[in-house]
Design a protein around this ligand. Structure first.
Ligand code: TRP
Length: 329
């Protein structure tokens, strides 16, 4: 059994792409491994959110993850800033992280380009804080997207460097958690790439039915097939892909047949697809509504999560302090 840690960005609502991508796998994974899920609210400070935004974002993230099926009785779900141990390990790991490697990190170089007015030390040491998150539980597996693989590699470097420096075999090497074929890619509604890749191409778990209807009706298509069995343009293929995942089999084959004999009416297809998505998301949307109105429950979940997470975090920090030489004199 692995110790699996997932760090969750505390910005942005979850869309269908997130749901069929990592999220559904998280829900499964929590029963198969010792799982920690935490909301990376310290990390979000690199962009200077207002206190209200910070609080609202954390709440929205916890609500949506719980609504999608993360179970606080099974996994440990907590907020990064509820673990002071992480901050201490971050401090200690910083002594062993070199300016050159931090400056070479791709995400840091991107930030220098995209927000030159706010290149703070937190951005530079972002990978060190992420390493602290991971190593605090001696995690062995971390589900990460492509954009986070370099950070995970840096974490392995920091872990190995610590072990070498102190001649111990203390930190295990964390590796990417691979979902294999179970990652379903949901395309966007604008005829290009993945959902969430560009603004306005996503359907969000919290979207009201009318919003979903409007978005789906506006999805990009073409003027329709003229020859039987004509190759579909990307935009239409995307709608069929979503339909295949969400709708009944018969529905999908019905519209496919009409496409292939050139009698398809995209308006009808979109209407059907919108209703199927609305039905599919209804239980999640209802949970989001209920949880959003129940701060007391959310506080309880986070309190329990922090208590559970701090058990393992406190143990690690104690051992690390001892290894480094902070011991009674
Ligand atoms: N950097 C991650 C992201 O942007 C979030 C994150 C913070 C994280 N700490 C982590 C992910 C530790 C995995 C493990 O998505």
């Amino acid at each position: 059994m692995d110790i699996v840690l997932s760090g969750i960005r505390s910005t942005g609502n979850l869309h269908l792409g997130n749901y069929f991508g990592a999220l559904r796998n998280f829900v499964k994974m929590q029963h198969e491994h010792k799982c920690y899920f935490f909301i990376a609210d310290y990390h979000s400070l690199t962009t200077h959110p207002t206190p209200e935004n910070l609080r609202d974002n954390v709440k929205q993230v916890i609500v949506e993850y719980l609504a999608a099926g993360l179970d606080p009785d099974v996994a440990t779900i907590y907020r990064q800033s509820d673990l002071p141990e992480t901050a201490e390990l971050y401090l200690l790991l910083n002594m062993n992280a070199y300016l050159g490697e931090l400056e070479r990190c791709t995400s840091f170089k991107d930030k220098i380009r995209t927000q030159p007015e706010n290149v703070n030390a937190g951005l530079l040491t972002y990978p060190v804080l992420m390493a602290a998150d991971i190593l605090i539980h001696k995690s062995t597996k971390v589900p990460v997207g492509k954009d986070q693989e370099q950070h995970l590699e840096m974490t392995r470097n920091f872990a190995n460097r610590f072990n070498r420096l102190y001649k111990v075999d203390y930190f295990p090497e964390p590796h990417p958690f691979n979902f294999g074929d179970s990652l379903i890619k949901i395309p966007g509604l604008d005829g290009t790439g993945k959902m969430g890749k560009s603004d306005g191409n996503g359907l969000y778990l919290a979207d009201e039915p009318d919003v979903i209807r409007k978005k789906v009706m506006k999805a990009v298509t073409d003027s329709g097939p003229v020859n039987p069995n004509q190759e579909m343009p990307e935009s239409v293929k995307n709608l069929f892909t979503i339909m295949q995942i969400i709708s009944k089999k018969d529905t999908h084959s019905f519209f496919l047949e009409h496409y292939n004999n050139c009698t398809i009416r995209y308006g009808d297809m979109k209407k059907q697809l919108a209703e199927d998505i609305i039905n599919y998301l209804e239980p999640i949307r209802n949970k989001i509504t209920d949880l959003s109105a129940n701060d007391e429950y959310l506080q309880k979940v986070l309190k329990r999560g922090a208590e559970k997470a701090r058990e393992s975090a406190a143990k690690t920090v104690k051992e690390v302090r001892n290894i480094i030489g902070f011991k009674p004199i």
